[in-house]
Design a protein around this ligand. Sequence first.
Ligand code: GLN
Length: 546
Amino acid sequence: MTTKFIFVTGGVLSSLGKGLAAASIAALLKARGLTVTIQKLDPYINVDPGTMNPFQHGEVYVTDDGAETDLDLGHYERYLDIHLSQNNNYTSGRIYNSVITKERRGDYLGGTVQVIPHVTDEIKNAILSLAHEDLDVALVEIGGTVGDIEGLPFLEAIRQLRADLGKENVLYIHLTLVPYIKAAGEVKTKPTQHSVKELRSLGIQPDIILCRSEIDLDEDIKRKIALFCNVDKDAVFTAIDVNHIYELPLTLYNEGVDQKIAILLRLAAKNPDLQRWQDLVHSLHHPQTQVSIAIVGKYVDFREAYKSLHEALTHGGVANDAGINFVYINAEDITADNAQDKLAQVHGVLVPGGFGIRGVDGKIAAITYARVNKIPAFGICLGMQCMVIEYARNVLGLPKANSEEFDLTTPDPVIYLMNEWFDFRANCVQRRDAQSQKGGTMRLGAYPCVIQPDTKAFAAYQVHEIMERHRHRYEFNMDYRDRLEEAGLVLSGLSPDKSLAEIVEAKDHPWFVGCQFHPEFTSKPMAPHPLFQDFIHAAIAFKSSR
Ligand code: GLN
């Protein structure tokens, strides 16, 4: 069986949840017993999102192979429970970079290099690289909105692919908005009509229209959309607003989206087994208890920046039959004096990753408060580094301890840039796509970590060696290892050669754990990450002890 392709485009406006819709459709096809993968094509010019500010673009998601990717890949991995790679995310910048490199090398043999066919061929190659014998379906989500100038080469490429691969192997799904106008008491189909018209003017006739709507669309409205947009009567579906993102696969299943796809693509697919999704949604709606978790970071006003973290906490809650009350606190608003006011009501404190000095004092104040008051505390990447600094300052008694990221002249650089960094970087660069050299300055992607016995880390993982994903420059300074351990900070996870500290934890505390990696990237709704599971468990215990 050859791989069939489903292209998902978006119309009217952005933020309609195209990534979640694509991930949900992929999950439904997987539940039907098909092998599925999914790719995101982003029309912006950045070679990858690694250089983009989380305030603008949201979280940078990291895959095992160290690719810095769009946050939709996080949804894909969570919904499909698969490992993706740099091949699952291409940007215009990366495509052009590759075309220009070939041009400089003379690969085009003196020809004029043009958007069509050279750029479009490059895009088609990126898409077709997904196909292989054992893969039934590849979903490809086109970022942005139909009508954007920068998306045109991608749309042209997917238009050509239907002719290249045959009608029975390619399907186009268009997601639009059908707004409900309260004053008139009716929904409006005009934006959808316009958006499909735009798409058709580019040569793409959608096969399926998904209508994001706050109310269920009745048959008359669907028929009207089908008529104006030239699709089958039974190919218009409501993607109704859901309370929880994990309801979406079930909602789309109830609409019959996956069944229509199976018919149109002639997929030999069994009825989907959705029990796991039903159980998940049930436990999300009926938690036994509720815990409040403070997230002390600098991007708290822009939730997209903490997407995976938010999900991983939710998964940790599901594992413990607990709902999470998210208390986002701007680290710049916390001081040693007001930490009590801000944190007295929470049952756990999480300090996430980040870059730069802004808010670091507040993060450290929050950690001190959690350590002293025995509130479960979880530090991730920069959060772990802040835990080490806090411990060195306030327990070990090195008041000027710091990270070289914040103070290059500190007498006690407990977090530093390793001397061996250059060899290490060279190693990193080899692991990276040669096209994005700047990645070589960071430790990126999955690295092994050996867990020490009799630690909270071991209690969580229950295995001796794990792989976890990294995205950082600075490391724990091993010169301070002995002194910190004597003061009660255990290094419970180490690189196999013992040169890098991957997990730290406080001995005389119910749950004070920091990790240098990003566990939030690998947590799944059906397989919560052990550290998030145990963090929430500790938060529940803390709540009931009060
Ligand atoms: N800024 C820190 C470093 O580069 C931590 C990075 C992070 O939290 N992702 O090491």
